[in-house]
Write a protein that binds this ligand. Structure first.
Ligand SMILES: NC(=O)c1ccc[n+]([C@@H]2O[C@H](COP(=O)([O-])OP(=O)(O)OC[C@H]3O[C@@H](n4cnc5c(N)ncnc54)[C@H](O)[C@@H]3O)[C@@H](O)[C@H]2O)c1
Length: 259
């Protein structure tokens, strides 16, 4: 399938994990892709991989916490391609620990990346998408927005907030032909989940691998996700098949939230 010929996708958190898988998916389906991240070397690798798939891809240094960075990135995108059809706001971090010990600087920072970062990403594409009368916004939340577990108040709060942003943006921009949806991944085999496994498993007296095996057992499908499986749903949400689907949060979690 090449559903995104002549389309432009902007992807934050493009350097690794789910963002990188989304870059590859949009590139393989014909889109031009702007890869936004702070991890410059890895981000360039994502853009190179996209170019190898035939995409006109660009790596742009962008800290999603910064309005200036995001506005400059959008100016670069518009000067090169003149439009934005898809936003995938995937940049995110995980931090966690007992509520009694949460350092407020850590809370401020996870808010800045996971929540303010998503808000700014949505803000900077809005005017262009309104002018075009079309666009697909896909914000990456988490199953942590739908359920929760100990020691993750900060992460859960930011991801729940992403659902709030998504619903409001969907209501506001729908009349302009723009959809906004959230994807809520379950445990997906990326650097982030391996780091989480080490931290959370350690607090439970398990190795990271043991914690990941336990999480896999908690899913209906008895395995964790590959990033490409999240990217497939992201691409569906950006496709014409999803043009009447907006304001939703789609769990792509192998059934873990059901358990
Ligand atoms: N992996 C999982 O199990 C899982 C589950 C649920 C939700 N998520 C969410 O999916 C998204 C992608 O996570 P991932 O697992 O691919 O993690 P990852 O760590 O592999 O990728 C996150 C990317 O975001 C980038 N990033 C971090 N801070 C940034 C900043 N300030 N500005 C720009 N880029 C920044 C990182 O450099 C990295 O490339 C995140 O929002 C995460 O919360 C992941």
């Amino acid at each position: 399938m090449r559903r995104f010929e002549n389309k432009v996708a902007v992807i934050t958190g493009a350097a690794t994990g789910i963002g990188r898988a989304a870059v590859a998916r949009f590139a393989s389906e014909g889109a031009s892709v702007a890869c936004l991240d702070i991890a410059d070397d890895a981000n360039e690798m994502s853009a190179t991989a996209a170019r190898d798939l035939g995409s006109d891809a660009l790596a742009i240094h962008c800290d999603v916490r910064s309005l200036d960075d995001q506005e400059q990135a959008m100016a670069t995108v518009l000067s090169r391609w003149g439009r934005v059809d898809v936003l995938v706001a995937a940049a995110g971090i995980f931090v966690g620990g007992p509520i009694a010990d949460v350092p407020l600087e850590r809370w401020s920072n996870i808010n800045a990346v996971n929540l303010t970062g998503v808000l700014i990403s949505n803000k900077v594409v809005a005017a262009t998408m309104i002018d075009q009368g079309s666009g697909s916004i896909i914000n990456i939340a988490s199953m942590a927005a739908k359920t929760s577990w100990p020691d993750s108040a900060e992460y859960s709060a930011t991801k729940s907030g992403v659902l709030g942003i998504t619903r409001s943006v969907a209501m506001e921009l729908g009349a302009h032909g723009i959809t906004a949806n959230a994807v809520c991944p379950g445990n997906t085999l990326t650097e982030m989940v391996r780091e989480v496994a080490g931290q959370v498993g350690g607090r439970l007296g398990m190795t990271g691998d043991e914690w990941l095996a336990m999480r896999a057992e908690d899913t209906a499908m008895k395995r964790l996700a590959d990033p490409s499986e999240i990217a497939g749903v992201i691409a569906f949400l950006a496709s014409d098949d999803a043009r009447y689907l907006t304001g939703q949060s789609i769990e792509v979690d192998g059934g873990i939230v059901l358990s």
